[in-house]
Design a protein around this ligand. Structure first.
Ligand SMILES: [Ca+2]
Length: 203
């Protein structure tokens, strides 16, 4: 993967009621302000410095909601500053909740991609993307063979030639994945994505 040599952006996307409470980007223990979302998100102006949002995304002082608890909604928030460091480490604090008992939304993804602000069918961004997607899939389409439960977290790398297949929940293009129970829980969930010395670690 040659991500350090291209211009990449960070984005978050969801098709569900999702609150992004905090997102931080660390490089060698040094937080990069231009890649971080820090409270209060909304200052005196209407925008967020270094971040752009589209679709149903709503920003308040305390949280960023990608989508409301309604059908067929999508939203995204993208960092507007290209990433120039080779090794990086980011954390996202989030909550996935709604009025439904169990099923709501398709999921969301943390994007490290060249294809910024391009709404599409793959968790709010474009198919045939360039870069990395860490996908938090909450809906089991499961029309093909796989035996994991949902929610399911997986990583996918693309050079613009691979299609994400929702019918198979992306399993044939994933690098790896695991189940994680983050839907409709009372507490916030944290995900850590680290890319260091060509090794990707998601916790
Ligand atoms: Ca799915």
């Amino acid at each position: 993967m040659q991500l350090s040599e291209v211009t990449v952006f960070v984005g978050f996307f969801s098709l569900m009621f999702f609150d992004l409470i905090k997102a931080q980007w660390n490089t060698n223990e040094y937080m990069k302000r231009e890649h971080s979302l820090i409270k209060p998100y909304q200052g005196s102006g209407t925008g967020i410095l270094h971040w752009d949002f589209i679709g149903s995304t709503m920003v308040t002082n305390n949280y960023i909601r990608l989508t409301p608890d309604l059908q067929s909604k999508s939203g995204a928030i993208w960092n507007s500053v290209p990433v120039s460091v080779r090794n990086w480490d980011l954390q996202v604090q989030f909550k996935v909740h709604g009025k439904g008992k169990d099923l709501f939304g398709d999921g969301f993804a943390v994007w490290y991609s060249k294809d910024r602000m391009q709404p599409g069918i793959v968790f709010g961004s474009t198919d045939l993307f360039h870069g990395l997607a860490v996908i938090l899939d909450t809906y089991s389409n499961h029309n093909g063979p796989h035996n994991h439960q949902h929610p399911y977290i997986s990583a996918m790398i693309n050079n613009g030639t691979l299609h994400y297949d929702h019918d198979r929940d992306g399993t044939h293009t994933q690098l790896a994945g695991c189940e994680a129970k983050f839907r409709n829980v009372d507490y916030d969930t944290y995900i850590s994505v680290k890319y260091e010395h060509d090794v990707l670690t998601v916790k």
